[in-house]
Design a protein around this ligand. Structure first.
Ligand SMILES: [Ca+2]
Ligand SMILES: [Ca+2]
Ligand SMILES: [Ca+2]
Ligand SMILES: [Ca+2]
Length: 368
């Protein structure tokens, strides 16, 4: 028998890894070399003469079905009003194989408590913690596809906050806004254009009932309190902040006036203490904010503000209390800081800042 090199006798087409040639002739072809027919041998040594036509249509398939419809891996918060988790509606899942068409899908859902589901959670509820979703599908040849997703639900809810600063002005400033819900206190930075600013996705403790939220511009406003409202899966609140409380004591009084006198001047930060209208000066325009809300106090959740405004205080008591820098507010020099000094300011203004005052660093709002 003539010895024929093995290479070149049998040629495979389209055998790329992961590809699919579902029903094609000519995937395998046989060549004739030296006039001899090709043969395929079985493991037992039997041989059969073949031709390309005898093999008929063949399938070369290394690809499993494509699974679509699963939600992306994501981290989310509990839905507003739920303290157990977040709802993701049952998706429409499909598994399509290039050769077999639609195929079935098997789901395995590993919940945070270790229990396993083989179907979408009842009501679409994903509990607090990490849930692992595994979807599998195979084609008729056994090619499998596995898709994994992690759904992480945090023990918190989200609040979208709208801020409106008292007054009417155009300056831009970044305000330190304190958000209090129960024992949870946080200070967030809110970029305001004029009087308006928004802050999305403030994380607050999860609760079933709409919580009372207290919102305050730390260095400029009184606190406003109120119940949040539900908007879909989130809470929302709008706070109209009365400006005038510069020293964060929850009241607009003579001490805020003294702070204004102390801080007056030009070239200050847009969010500087006593610069309520977000321009570059502390001037009479800012005093108007104090005047408008003079003797008003912060709101609380279900109670009264504990501390009444200070109407007047002796300068020496100011010094004893470590607030000697506010003595500059005693404009009429009678040893008292009181509304007579406000009247004096309205009539005569304040003396020009001293060299010592001018040498002070620019006062900016505290971080929180
Ligand atoms: Ca396939
Ligand atoms: Ca105050
Ligand atoms: Ca100003
Ligand atoms: Ca005085």
């Amino acid at each position: 028998m003539r010895r024929i090199p093995k290479s070149g006798l049998v040629r495979f087409q389209g055998g790329r890894s992961g590809g699919e040639a579902c029903s094609q002739a000519g995937i395998v072809s046989f060549t004739t070399i030296g006039g001899l027919a090709s043969s395929l041998g079985t493991a037992a040594g039997q041989s059969t003469s073949v031709t390309g036509a005898a093999l008929g249509a063949l399938r070369v398939d290394g690809a499993g079905p494509t699974i679509e419809g699963l939600p992306a891996t994501q981290t989310l918060s509990c839905d507003a009003g739920s303290i157990v988790g977040a709802v993701i509606a049952a998706p429409t899942l499909t598994a399509i194989d290039g050769c077999d068409g639609a195929r079935s899908i098997s789901l395995l859902i590993d919940l945070p408590d270790g229990s396993m589901l083989t179907a979408w959670p009842v009501g679409g509820l994903f509990p607090i913690g990490v849930t692992e979703i595994t979807a599998t599908s195979t084609d008729a040849l056994g090619n499998g596809t596995v898709v994994n997703r992690d759904i992480t639900v945090l023990d918190q809810q989200l609040l979208d906050l709208g801020i409106s600063l008292g007054g009417s002005f155009a300056g831009a400033s970044t305000r330190s806004i304190r958000v209090t819900v129960g024992d949870d206190v946080q200070v967030v930075q809110v970029a305001c254009t004029g009087i308006n600013g928004t802050l999305d996705s403030v994380a607050i403790p999860a609760s079933v009932q709409a919580p009372c939220v207290i919102v305050k511009d730390v260095a400029h406003s009184l606190a406003e309190a109120g119940l949040v409202t539900q908007d879909g899966t989130r809470w929302t609140a709008d706070a109209a902040l009365r400006q005038g409380d510069s020293n964060d004591d929850g009241k607009v009084d003579i001490l805020d006036f003294a702070l204004f006198v102390s801080a007056r001047g030009s070239t200050v930060d847009a969010a500087a203490v006593s610069n309520f209208n977000a321009d570059s000066t502390v001037s009479n325009a800012d005093l108007a904010f104090i005047s408008l809300h003079f003797f008003q106090v912060s709101e609380t959740c279900g109670g009264l503000w504990h501390d009444p405004p200070t109407e007047r205080i002796k300068v020496k008591d100011l010094r004893r209390a470590g607030m000697g820098h506010l003595a500059v507010g005693d404009l009429n020099g009678d040893g008292w800081l009181d509304q007579q000094d406000v009247v004096h300011f309205m009539q005569f203004g304040a003396p020009a800042p001293t060299v010592q005052e001018l040498s002070r660093p620019v006062v900016t709002a505290p971080p929180g």
